[in-house]
Design a binder for this molecule. Structure first.
Ligand code: MG
Length: 394
C-alpha cells in the first residue's frame, strides 16, 4: 500500500468564517452571564440533554411502537444517530460541532407519541385551534414548556439553536414567532449548522429504517435490492464477502451507505462553499440556495430509497394497523381532555384555565395538545386505559 498523505486529513479544529461563532451569536431571549469553561452552544446542548423532554424521547416511537421490541430506534437513539452524522460532517467542514449537536438532539423534542401517526392525529384534533406541527412544538418545548430555571420559562437557548429547531413554518405562524420566524417571511435560509442537522436527520432515518424494517420482517434484503443504492452496496459487499451471514451483510451495507452519503455531503458542500465563498453565517442566510447538500446523483438514489420505505415499510399492513390504533388513542385522549380539562393532572388543568382565560377554547386546546404531545407511547396507552377502562385504577 502506498504511504501518501491520507485522502481525508483529520479535521482542523479552527472554525470556518461561515460557521456559527459564539462571539457572533444573536444571543438568548433572556440575557445571561456567559458560561464558564464551555461555549454558548455547548451550554445549549447541555441544557437539552438535562431536559425532561429529552428523557421522554427514550419512550417515544420512531416507526415502531416502544413495546414492540428493545432493538428498534426510539426518538432518542434516532436523535443521537442524527447528532453523530451531523458532527462528523460539521468537523470536516469546520462548522460549529456543539451547535450542530444541540440542534440534532433537540430537533424531535416536540414529537408526539406514536411517531407520525400521532402528529397527524393531533394536527387533525387541533384543526380549529391553530393546528399541531412537531417542529413548532419542539420550539415551544425549549421556549415555553420546560420549567427548570428560576428566572425564565423554557431553556433560554441561543437564537442559532432555536433557528435550527424550527425547520419549517407556515407564514401565519412565522409572523407570531418573531426573530426565528423572520426567515420564512423574508424567504431567507438558516445557518449552515441548521441546514446540516436537517440533512443529517434524513440520512439517519433513511438508513436506520432499512435496518428496523428488516429486523421487523416487514421487508427482506431481496426486496431492498430493488433499490439501486442498496443493490450497488449489496453487490460490493457480496463481492468481497460471498459467505457473509445476512445480518452482518446488512450492517456492512448500511455502514457503507452512511459512509458514502456522509463523504458525498462533505465533498458537495465543500464545493458549494468554495464557489459561494460566504464571508459569515449571515452571508449563508442571505445566499439564494442551500450550501449543505448531497450531490444530485446521490440525492436521486436516496429519494428512491425513501419512496421504497414509504411504500413498503411506513405503509406496511402491520405498521398501518398499529398507526390506526395509535390515532384512535390520541383522538380519544384529546377529546376527553378538551371536553373536561379537569381530567388532566392538576398542573395541566391549571395551565388550561390560565390559557382559557386569555385565549378561550383555543388556549385550552393548546394546553391539551401540550399534555398529549408530551406523553410517551407507553404513558399514552396507560392514560387511555385509565380513562376508558372502568376496571382500571384511575
Ligand atoms: Mg428526526
Amino acid at each position: 500500500m502506498s504511504k501518501g498523505p491520507p485522502e481525508f486529513p483529520a479535521p482542523s479544529l479552527e472554525l470556518s468564517p461561515y460557521a456559527a461563532h459564539d462571539a457572533r451569536s444573536r444571543g438568548r431571549r433572556y440575557a445571561e452571564p456567559p458560561p464558564q469553561f464551555r461555549g454558548e452552544f455547548q451550554r445549549d446542548r447541555d441544557r437539552i440533554i438535562h431536559s425532561n423532554a429529552f428523557r421522554r424521547l427514550a419512550y417515544k416511537t420512531q416507526v415502531f411502537v416502544n413495546h414492540e421490541g428493545d432493538l428498534y430506534r426510539t426518538r432518542v437513539t434516532h436523535s443521537i444517530e442524527v447528532a453523530q452524522i451531523a458532527r462528523s460532517i460539521a468537523l470536516a467542514l469546520r462548522l460549529n460541532e456543539a451547535l450542530v449537536e444541540a440542534i440534532s438532539l433537540a430537533h424531535d423534542l416536540g414529537h408526539t407519541p406514536f411517531g407520525h401517526a400521532g402528529q397527524d392525529a393531533l394536527n387533525a384534533c387541533m384543526r380549529e385551534y391553530g393546528g399541531f406541527e412537531h417542529n413548532l412544538q419542539s420550539l415551544r418545548v425549549v421556549d415555553e414548556l420546560e420549567e427548570r430555571y428560576p428566572d425564565f420559562q423554557g431553556l433560554n437557548l441561543t437564537f442559532e439553536c432555536r433557528e435550527g429547531i424550527l425547520k419549517h413554518c407556515a407564514l401565519p405562524k412565522a409572523r407570531e414567532l418573531g426573530d426565528v420566524g423572520q426567515r420564512f417571511i423574508d424567504r431567507t435560509r438558516s445557518g449552515l449548522e441548521a441546514q446540516l442537522a436537517n440533512l443529517a436527520d434524513e440520512i439517519a432515518y433513511n438508513n436506520h429504517d432499512v435496518d428496523d424494517g428488516l429486523r421487523a420482517g416487514l421487508i427482506t434484503l431481496d426486496d431492498l435490492c430493488e433499490v439501486r443504492l442498496v443493490r450497488r452496496h449489496f453487490d460490493a459487499v457480496r463481492g468481497v464477502y460471498p459467505q457473509l451471514p445476512v445480518r452482518r451483510a446488512v450492517h456492512e451495507i448500511i455502514r457503507r451507505m452512511i459512509n458514502e452519503v456522509v463523504v458525498d455531503v462533505i465533498r458537495t458542500s465543500e464545493a458549494l462553499l468554495r464557489e459561494a465563498a460566504p464571508a459569515s453565517s449571515d452571508a449563508v442566510r442571505a445566499h439564494d440556495s442551500a450550501l449543505i447538500a448531497m450531490s444530485e446523483e446521490i440525492a436521486t438514489q436516496h429519494l428512491e430509497l425513501k419512496r421504497f420505505l414509504r411504500e413498503r415499510v411506513y405503509r406496511h399492513h402491520r405498521v398501518l394497523r398499529m398507526t390506526s390504533k395509535a390515532k384512535r388513542v390520541l383522538e380519544a385522549l384529546f377529546t376527553a381532555f378538551m371536553d373536561d380539562a379537569r381530567l388532566m393532572p392538576e398542573e395541566h388543568y391549571a395551565a388550561a384555565q390560565r390559557a382559557e382565560a386569555t385565549d378561550g377554547p383555543r388556549g385550552r386546546a393548546r394546553t391539551v395538545a401540550d399534555y398529549v404531545a408530551g406523553m410517551t407511547d407507553r404513558y399514552a396507552i396507560l392514560e387511555h386505559r385509565r380513562l376508558f377502562d372502568p376496571a382500571e385504577r384511575t
